[in-house]
Design a binder for this molecule. Structure first.
Ligand code: ADP
Length: 302
């Protein structure tokens, strides 16, 4: 079983010809609502990839929060440990996209910003029953730390996707079983430039010195560099025609957690996750672009 501790957002996507300048009002073309948030995206990715998945987090009292949870439940995610926080709205991202595909985004954390150690304590039994706990950084760091500590107490493996990355994270957060940054995040966390697989290896070594047992740096269409006590190796990508790379990293993390929970073979799990990331990059949207286990196996068998 995989437990995801993290964020749930409603993404409101507004389309218009040109993004408004400050003070300007423009006519939009459409508004659409999608489920989002790194935590929820990864939970959906994990469930569709074949996992038994539970989500720990918080939504608000607004109607959109209800639809968000319904969407997760429909895709097979157990939301029994998702709190409906009184007096809050759920996390909301307002995403404005123009005809050239440029966007501007405002994210309001809402209920995600209220997740704390008490919520993690209330979900302790859920976390302790997991094979893998998957965490990111869209909820307060003290909640993430409490989750990592709860998993360690119970002997549960932790995967930490350090997104969105910030410098100055506490050392305890690096001491996880598997850290899976993308190139940008690896650079911020290590303080080293990451522009090539060689750079990624140096950054991964630095992150292992800080306490991570294993590091998987995702390199977009170049695949994933995996580093552990056995050394560094590039796990190759699956070539696809990229349409929208939004949430490729979330698809990767969710699929990785499921596969690593089911087998101890991390190289094979990264290969499976690379296929899930490639499929997400080849379809539009976030939760709607996540691949099923059948799709992933089909791409791997090609
Ligand atoms: P993020 O979305 O966090 O920046 P990446 O872009 O590195 O993450 O994507 C995560 C994984 O998804 C990559 O390691 C790779 O395996 C796969 N992936 C992403 N984009 C592509 C692509 N254009 N072609 C093939 N695989 C991709």
């Amino acid at each position: 079983r995989v437990v995801v501790l993290g964020s749930l957002n409603t993404d409101l996507v507004v389309r218009c010809a040109e993004l408004p300048a400050p003070g300007q009002t423009v006519a939009g073309r459409s508004v659409a609502e999608f489920g989002g948030g790194k935590g929820a995206n990864q939970a959906v990715a994990a469930a569709l990839a074949g996992g038994d998945v539970a989500m720990v987090g918080a939504v608000g009292e607004d109607a959109a929060s209800g639809r968000l949870v319904d969407g997760l439940v429909r895709r097979g995610v157990d939301c029994g440990a998702v709190v409906r926080r009184a007096g809050t709205r759920g996390g909301t991202a307002v995403i404005t996209v123009d005809d050239r595909g440029q966007n501007s985004i405002v994210v309001v954390p809402g209920a995600n910003g209220t997740v704390g150690p008490a919520d993690v304590a209330a979900a302790e039994a859920t976390i302790a029953a997991a094979d893998v706990l998957l965490v990111q950084l869209e909820i307060p760091v003290d909640a993430v730390l409490a989750g990592v500590a709860a998993a360690k107490r119970a002997g549960v493996r932790v995967i930490f996707d350090p997104a969105p990355a910030v410098a100055g994270l506490p050392d305890e957060l690096f001491a996880v079983d598997l850290l899976c940054p993308n190139e940008t995040e690896a650079a911020i966390l290590s303080g080293l430039p990451v522009k090539s697989p060689e750079d990624a290896e140096r950054a991964a070594d630095r992150l292992r010195e800080r306490g991570a047992t294993r590091v998987a740096v995702t390199l977009g269409d170049a695949g994933t560099l995996l580093c552990d006590a056995a050394g560094a190796r590039l796990i190759p990508p699956f070539p696809v025609i990229a349409v929208d790379t939004t949430a490729a990293g979330d698809a990767f993390a969710g699929a990785l957690a499921v596969r690593w929970a089911a087998t101890d073979d991390l190289d094979a799990a990264v290969r499976f996750a690379n296929a899930a990331g490639a499929l997400a990059a080849s379809a539009a949207g976030a939760q709607d672009s996540m691949a099923t286990a059948a799709d992933i196996h089909a791409l791997m068998a090609d």
